[in-house]
Design a binder for this molecule. Sequence first.
Ligand code: C5P
Length: 402
Amino acid sequence: MGDLQGKKILLGVSGSIAAYKAVYLLRELQKSGAEVRVIMTRHATEFVTALTFEAISHHAVHSEITSQQSWNNHIEAGLWADLYIIAPATANIIAKMNAGLADDMVSACYLAARCPIMIAPAMDVDMWHHQATQHNVKSLMTRGVEVLPVGYGSLASGLIGAGRMIEPLEILDLVKNKLSAASSILAGKTIMVTAGPTYEAIDPVRFIGNASTGKMGIAIADALVAVGAHVTLILGPSSLLPTHASIQVIRVRTADEMLQACIKVHATAQICIFTAAVADYKPKQTAKEKIKKTNNSLDIHLVKTPDIAFELGLKKKKNQMHIGFALESTSGENYAKEKLKKKNFDMVVLNSLNDPGAGFAADTNKTTFFFKNNKSLKFELKSKSAVAQDILQSIVTLLNDK
Ligand code: C5P
């Protein structure tokens, strides 16, 4: 049995062609050990019958609050659940939830539930991008509803774009995160993550930078917010953004700007994760005008940028946790251990430049974690989101050991 043993999950199904995928989701949730009850909107029953869900869940499936002179207890269903997930969630049910309508079981249970709520949107590309839907989604997020990302691809309409419901196995992973031990310990924690490169200007158009994309830090921020943490991401110049809209993103360009933003956020952060590949040097002076290529050579005088992790390591309080990264081409282990001490980190994530598939821009990473008690953990090459999960697990262990 899986990690959802003993968990009670209420699955709301609304009227999208993706309703058939909810049958697979139900099976996967059950295979992981959860007890699942299903409720459906009237429209959903036009795509898949209630009988299908009844046969698999071994419970009656209701759409209406009253049926055959009896009352289907939406209050009881809402209170019973450890998690209420609506998958697929159409534009219509999302709008009803935002408005607080309660004319069927799926919408009424949203108002009655006291447990965490997740929705997996499913609709056509234009409906998804419509201002009305985006407004409703953001509004639900501010009320604490976890809105899962949408997939991109061919849609039932024949159009191609964003709006597909993500796959049942992806939803299963997100449900497991939500109900995990990480969630119970990290929910509500304030966490700062730095990510991406910094650009240090030579003149108005040129800069010193590096190939960091911010992928690793963004994956960490996404994983943390999925378990209920309050995350502020201080992001250098990157074309990528986190999936979760509830992450507070502060955009910066230079190491100095990143330091200023970090000082403010650090004051109230319980955990700080320094993923950014901050430039180590910046031009002593930035030319006001674009430098002309009249000379055969050009000397640029470089000076050190602030070491953000080091500076904040000096201010670190007893109840704060700092995690750093090290990207090395040689003697990785020694440098990682040195940084652990010098920058006052509780843990350092070493990724080696010599490992194929690890480091900047790649979707994968191969890491070793080093801790203050001389222990280390070595991992195989895996996706950056799986590395983010390993980091979460180590944070949980460190918090439990405190
Ligand atoms: O010294 P090095 O750059 O290898 O240290 C890497 C760690 O320190 C990373 O966690 C990185 O985010 C952080 N760092 C920083 N400010 C700098 C340089 C590195 O916060 N100027």
